[in-house]
Design a protein around this ligand. Structure first.
Ligand SMILES: *[C@@H]1O[C@H](CO)[C@@H](O)[C@H](O)[C@H]1NC(C)=O
Ligand SMILES: *[C@@H]1O[C@H](CO)[C@@H](O)[C@H](O)[C@H]1NC(C)=O
Ligand SMILES: *[C@@H]1O[C@H](CO)[C@@H](O)[C@H](O)[C@H]1NC(C)=O
Ligand SMILES: *[C@@H]1O[C@H](CO)[C@@H](O)[C@H](O)[C@H]1NC(C)=O
Length: 455
C-alpha cells in the first residue's frame, strides 16, 4: 500500500517534469528536460539571482527588468524570452559565448532604443531574434554578422529610418524579415544583399518613397512582399522582375501616380500570375480613384504626347517616356538630393498627396514551414490568417502584437525546441495557469506522501 502510493507520486512528479531538488530562483518554477526556469509576470525589476547554471530555457517575459548584464544567464541557454520588460540597457557581452542559443526574444522593450554592434556576436545557432517594438532608432553596421542560421528576424514597430548597406549580408538562411511599422523611406541597391533564402519581406507601414531598381536583386526565393501603406508614387516593373518566386504582393495605400511612368508596373502586373492588391491612382485628375490594374493601356497617359516628343519606334516608348520623365524630375526636385545615395537618379522622391490610411482588405493564404519540426500538433502547412482587423489594427499593424495574442494567428514556428513536458506554450496565461496547477498539485501530492509516511 505504502510503496504503491509512493511509487505513484514519484511517477506523477516525473511526468510533470518537476525536479524538487534543483535550485530555482524565488518566485520561479523550474522543470527538467529540458531544464527550464519560468519566471514570467512577477514584477521583477532585475534578472533574479539563482538561475541554475545548466538552464536551457529561461522565461522572464512580462516583468520590469531594466538591464541585462554579463553573468545574468548561462551559456547553456537555448531559449531566452525577455519580451515585455522595460530593458533599456544590454551590456554588449551579455550573450557572448552563448553558442547554443536558438531563440532570443527581446521584443516589446520600448526604452531599449540602441543595441551595440557586438551584442549578438558568435550566436551562430540563433534561429529567431525578436527585436520588435524596442524603440530602435538605428541599427549599427555588423549587428547581425555571423548569424548564418538565423531564420526569423523581427524588427517591426521600431523607429528605423535607414538600413545600412549589407546589414543582412551574413543571413544566408533568413526566411522571414519583418520591418513593417518603421520609418524607412528608401530601399537601396544593397539593403537586402545576401538574403538568398528570404521567403517573406514585410515592409508595410513605412514611409518608403524610393526603391532602387536593383533593391531586390538577391531575393530569388521571395514569395511574399508587402509594401502597402507607404509613400510610393511609382515602382518600376523592372524592380519586380527580379523576384522570380513572388506569389503575394501588396501595394495598396500608396499615392500611385498613374501617368506614363506607371506603364512598366502596369505591364508587369498584367503578366504577374500571383496575387496582388489594388493600386489606387491619386493622379492624374482623370484617373483619381481608379485601380491601375484595371486600366486599359490607352487610358494611361502617354509620355510622348505630353512631353511633345514623337520620335522613336513604338517598342521604345516606355523607356523613352521614363527617361524623359526622370529628366523632368531632376529639374524640378533636385532639392531632394540631400538624402544619401541616389545612384541611378531614376526614382526620386516626390512630394506626394497623402495615401488614405486604412487597414488592407483581409485575405487568407497558405504558407509552408520548410525543414522544421512540426510541434504542438501543427502540420507543415498552416493557414496564415490575415483578417485585416486582427493583424493590422489601426494603431500600426502589430504583426507580433500584444503578448496575449502574439503566439497565435501566425504562420511562423517560434522555435524548433519542443515544450517542456506537461507545459503548454500556447499563451502566457495558459502556461501560468498550468504552472500554478502543477505546483499546487505537487504540494498536494507531497502532503499525501507525508500523510502516508506518518501513518
Ligand atoms: C522604464 O524605463 C524607463 C527608462 O529607463 C523609465 O523612465 C520608466 O520609469 C520605466 N518604467 C517602469 C514601468 O518601470
Ligand atoms: C541553413 O539551414 C539549413 C537547414 O535548414 C542548414 O543545413 C544550413 O547549414 C544552413 N546554412 C547555413 C549557411 O548555416
Ligand atoms: C508619407 O505619407 C504619410 C501618410 O499620408 C504622410 O503623413 C507623410 O508626410 C508622408 N511622408 C513623406 C516623407 O512624404
Ligand atoms: C492551404 O493548403 C492546403 C494544403 O495544400 C489546402 O488544403 C487548403 O485548402 C489551403 N488553404 C487555403 C486557404 O488556400
Amino acid at each position: 500500500m505504502f510503496r504503491r502510493g509512493y511509487g505513484g507520486v514519484e511517477l506523477l512528479l516525473l511526468l510533470w517534469g518537476l525536479d524538487l531538488s534543483m535550485p530555482c530562483p524565488h518566485h520561479c518554477i523550474c522543470y527538467t528536460s529540458p531544464s527550464t526556469v519560468s519566471c514570467q509576470a512577477h514584477n521583477f525589476h532585475a534578472v533574479p539571482e539563482g538561475i541554475p547554471a545548466q538552464s536551457e530555457r529561461v522565461f522572464l517575459q512580462n516583468n520590469k527588468i531594466q538591464r541585462l548584464l554579463r553573468g545574468h544567464f548561462s551559456p547553456t541557454t537555448t531559449m531566452l524570452w525577455l519580451y515585455s520588460n522595460n530593458i533599456s540597457y544590454i551590456q554588449p557581452s551579455t550573450f557572448h559565448g552563448f553558442d547554443r542559443l536558438e531563440e532570443l526574444d527581446l521584443g516589446d522593450n520600448r526604452h531599449l532604443r540602441a543595441i551595440a554592434s557586438d551584442t549578438f556576436l558568435g550566436l551562430g545557432r540563433l534561429h529567431a531574434l525578436h527585436l520588435y517594438r524596442c524603440g530602435l532608432i538605428s541599427l549599427p553596421p555588423g549587428i547581425f554578422s555571423g548569424l548564418q542560421n538565423l531564420q526569423y528576424l523581427y524588427l517591426q514597430d521600431n523607429h528605423l529610418e535607414f538600413l545600412d548597406d549589407d546589414l543582412f549580408i551574413d543571413l544566408l538562411n533568413l526566411s522571414h524579415l519583418f520591418l513593417h511599422g518603421n520609418r524607412l523611406w528608401s530601399l537601396r541597391q544593397n539593403t537586402f544583399r545576401g538574403l538568398g533564402a528570404l521567403d517573406r519581406l514585410l515592409l508595410h507601414q513605412n514611409e518608403i518613397q524610393w526603391v532602387d531598381r536593383q533593391a531586390f536583386h538577391d531575393l530569388r526565393r521571395l514569395t511574399t512582399l508587402y509594401l502597402f501603406n507607404n509613400n510610393l508614387t511609382e515602382l518600376s516593373g523592372a524592380t519586380l522582375t527580379l523576384l522570380p518566386a513572388l506569389e503575394y504582393l501588396r501595394l495598396n495605400d500608396n499615392p500611385w501616380e498613374c501617368d506614363c511612368k506607371a506603364m512598366s508596373l502596369w505591364d508587369w502586373l498584367r503578366r504577374f500570375r500571383g496575387s496582388t492588391s489594388s493600386l489606387v491612382c491619386v493622379s492624374p485628375p482623370e484617373l483619381v480613384g481608379k485601380d491601375l490594374k484595371t486600366l486599359k493601356k490607352e487610358e494611361l497617359p502617354s509620355c510622348l504626347s505630353r512631353e511633345g516628343h514623337a520620335q522613336g519606334p513604338p517598342g521604345k516608348e516606355l523607356e523613352h517616356g521614363e527617361s524623359l520623365n526622370h529628366l523632368n524630375r531632376h529639374r524640378n526636385h533636385h532639392n531632394h538630393h540631400q538624402r544619401p545615395y541616389m545612384p541611378h537618379g531614376d526614382q526620386h522622391n516626390l512630394p506626394s498627396p497623402s495615401p488614405l490610411p486604412r487597414p488592407p482588405k483581409g485575405s487568407r493564404k497558405n504558407c509552408t514551414r520548410r525543414g522544421r519540426k512540426a510541434k504542438g500538433g501543427l502540420n507543415d502547412v498552416q493557414v496564415l490568417r490575415e483578417e485585416g482587423e486582427k493583424d493590422y489594427p489601426p494603431d500600426g499593424g502589430k504583426y507580433d502584437g500584444s503578448s496575449g495574442s502574439r503566439r497565435r494567428n501566425k504562420c511562423i514556428p517560434r522555435t524548433s525546441v519542443g515544450p517542456p513536458s506537461g507545459v503548454q506554450r500556447a499563451s502566457n496565461k495558459a502556461e501560468r495557469h498550468l504552472a500554478d496547477f502543477a505546483s499546487c498539485l505537487s504540494s498536494a501530492l507531497l502532503l499525501s506522501v507525508y500523510f502516508v509516511i506518518l501513518r
